[in-house]
Design a protein around this ligand. Structure first.
Ligand code: PMP
Length: 352
């Protein structure tokens, strides 16, 4: 029989309605090498398989569906957001699919590739000066003000609109629960808005009656690790990280819905994240961005804390494609002082 010798796995297939129907239902991947090495089950939710390429497709769709349900936007309306990355890309896709106009305010420090991609997806992009959140000219405030002055328009407000968390409570969380058949000791991920951690975390904690521990992972330059481990002290933001899209200087409404229910937090330095990007490529064939790699480092550390035989899941947020000119560039790694963080035998992947 044709194919019988080639295919050794069973295929499941599904038919969905349009772009929005293809959001979610991503596979949960057992990271085999790390699982074998630790004697635990390390699982990564393949969010890079969403049709817009990242975990943020879920939030973009959830926020828009909520706004439609509440009558805040009608056909032909305008969706406005302040975003430097994946949320804008997710919104631009969903807006095309649903027939809305999409307007994105982003700091002018962002790469030309991101601006070009958003424009190719039909979004109107306004690069604005890269100033702190406290400054009224910050891209988020400009997005809010722009939407306020337009008819039939919404500011999606990904950081503080809890429809973001809700999207993960009704999709990411239940999918992980079902995919692990409820056998899950820990869940950990980093946060930008906090939607993924708060939504999936709350669902998993409730379903397991508190047995699944939920942990936050945090990069350098973010205040969340010290906030959680000090029991609620908010420091000034200091330092920076190569991990884009994660880390935060405040407790957003989304994270605020769950931050007091966390079991703990892990601080992951950039040296470990960059090495894990290369290791996942080498051992698993997975080509992932830095936030995914940081999450996997955290999942391994949490599994080791929870003990041999434990099962821990995390989020593989997006692919490396959006960052490859940096993450795989020898000159960039050198400029960041990260060359030596990559084990010698993996340096061959830095081909740019
Ligand atoms: N990883 C990447 C690459 C992201 O763009 C984001 C969103 N900013 C996250 C992780 C974090 O997701 P969340 O906003 O749900 O906390």
């Amino acid at each position: 029989m044709l194919g019988a010798k080639v295919f050794t796995r069973a295929f499941t297939s599904r038919t969905v309605e349009g772009f929005t129907g293809a959001v979610g239902n991503t596979p949960l991947i057992t990271l085999k090498t790390l699982s074998e090495r630790t004697g635990c089950r390390i699982l990564g939710k393949a969010e890079f398989q969403n049709p817009g390429g990242s975990v943020k497709d879920r939030a973009a769709l959830g926020i828009l569906q909520d706004a439609e349900k509440r009558g805040l936007i009608n056909p032909g309306g305008t969706v406005v957001e302040g975003t430097a990355g994946n949320t804008g890309i997710g919104l631009a896709h969903v807006c095309r699919a649903k027939g809305y106009k999409c307007v994105i305010f982003m700091p002018n420090s962002q790469s030309q590739e991101k601006i070009d991609l958003l424009r190719m997806l039909g979004a109107e992009v306004h690069p604005v000066p890269a100033v702190a959140y406290e400054n009224p000219k910050n891209y988020n405030h400009q997005a809010r003000d722009y939407a306020k002055n337009l008819d039939n328009a919404i500011w999606t407000d990904q950081f503080d609109n809890t429809a973001n968390t809700e999207a993960h409570y009704v999709s990411t969380g239940p999918e992980i629960w079902e995919q692990t058949a409820g056998q899950l000791d820990g869940f950990v991920c980093a946060t930008g808005t906090g939607g993924t951690l708060a939504g999936a975390g709350r669902y998993l904690k409730e379903k397991s009656a508190g047995k699944t521990q939920i942990w936050l992972a945090d990069p350098p330059g973010s205040v969340l690790y010290s906030y959680v481990s000090s029991g609620g002290k908010l420091n000034e933001r200091a330092g920076s990280s190569i991990t884009e899209g994660i880390g935060q200087g405040r407790i957003t409404n989304n994270l605020g819905t769950f931050v007091n229910d966390l079991s703990g937090a892990l601080h992951i330095p950039d040296e470990k994240s960059i090495a894990m990007i290369y290791e996942l490529l080498d051992t698993e064939g997975l080509y992932l961005g830095a936030s995914s790699a940081l999450n996997v480092v955290a999942a391994v550390e949490l599994a080791q804390k929870l003990g041999r035989g434990s099962t821990v899941a995390t989020i593989l947020c997006d692919g490396a494609y959006r960052y490859q000119s940096r993450l795989f560039s020898k000159a960039w790694l050198k400029a960041k002082g990260l060359e030596d963080a990559i084990p010698q035998h993996l340096r061959k992947y830095a081909v740019l």
